[in-house]
Ligand binder design. Structure first.
Ligand SMILES: [Zn+2]
Length: 169
């Protein structure tokens, strides 16, 4: 489920994206798991080429190798090499703003964390600071991955000080 202030719009990065309707402060949870379909490897193997391509574009892989497809707009979350969101913690399935997201700004995530079997390195034109140019699979302890988790650890300190519409009740 997406934060209520994220709306689907034309993306300045690629295709459609999720833009903030108003400022969303650092530490805000932006997504919690819901509206998901889970495909096992054997289910995936039975699909035809075009459907496999669609699944590869819009899914991510969980730790068991299943493909997770979000049926809501969260699948339009675009990549940036300098993203403003990240997992709230390495072992938590929630995403959080790691800095203040301005009104009108697109919410982004580093796809290095969403690498799916069969994904190929892709050229990036995110325009983010430190854009890697080509995004490729990296080991879990890579500098990029460590930087992402260091950012989310800092942002967690703000979690209890900000409005959390997704954590109510
Ligand atoms: Zn980039």
């Amino acid at each position: 489920m997406l934060h209520p202030d994220l709306v689907l719009r034309k993306s300045p990065i690629s295709g459609k994206g999720l833009l903030a309707r108003r400022m969303i402060p650092k530490g805000t949870i932006l997504w919690v798991p819901s509206h998901m379909r889970v495909y096992s490897t054997s289910q995936y193997d039975k699909f035809t080429g075009p459907y496999k391509a669609l699944l590869r574009k819009y899914t991510y892989e969980d730790e068991k190798g299943n493909l997770i497809y979000c049926t809501d707009s969260s699948k339009y979350w675009n990549h940036s090499c300098n993203p403003n969101s990240a997992p709230s913690a390495p072992d938590e399935e929630m995403d959080m703003a790691v800095r203040d997201i301005k009104a009108g700004e697109e919410v982004t995530y580093d796809y290095v964390l969403l690498w799916t079997r069969g994904d190929k390195p892709f050229k990036c034109s995110c325009g983010g600071k430190g854009c890697r140019g080509t995004v490729r699979k990296e080991p879990s302890g890579s500098r990029t991955v460590r930087r992402i988790y260091a950012q989310s650890e800092k942002a967690r300190r703000c979690m209890n000080k900000v409005r959390q519409p997704l954590l109510k009740g």
